[in-house]
Design a protein around this ligand. Structure first.
Ligand code: SF4
Ligand code: SF4
Length: 80
């Protein structure tokens, strides 16, 4: 398992700077584990029914934690 926090992530979080990437979540692959909701520092995800959705993608700090911690690789960081 890779480490979710690197120097670039910490810079974005501390500076509050918004980047040009956002997460995309494949609902069909999601196992509803809740990792992304729990770990996201920007509170991007909210439960919509049985699965989370990235409802506040503009708050993404590009830390990459959700992509790293998703056990089924349902989250991909993509360009805006
Ligand atoms: S990369 Fe994922 S965990 Fe990090 S701020 Fe963006 S949505 Fe949240
Ligand atoms: S971490 Fe992945 S499997 Fe778990 S709730 Fe989020 S998208 Fe679904």
């Amino acid at each position: 398992m890779g480490k979710p926090w690197d120097a670039c992530s910490i810079f974005f979080i501390l500076s509050g700077k918004r980047g040009r990437m956002h997460p995309e979540l494949d609902q069909e692959d999601c196992s509803s584990c809740g990792n992304c909701v729990e770990i996201c520092p920007g509170e991007v995800y909210q439960w919509i029914g049985e699965r989370p959705e990235a409802v506040d993608a503009e708050e993404c700090t590009e830390c990459g934690a959700c992509e790293e911690q998703c056990p089924v690789h349902a989250i991909t960081m993509v360009d805006d």
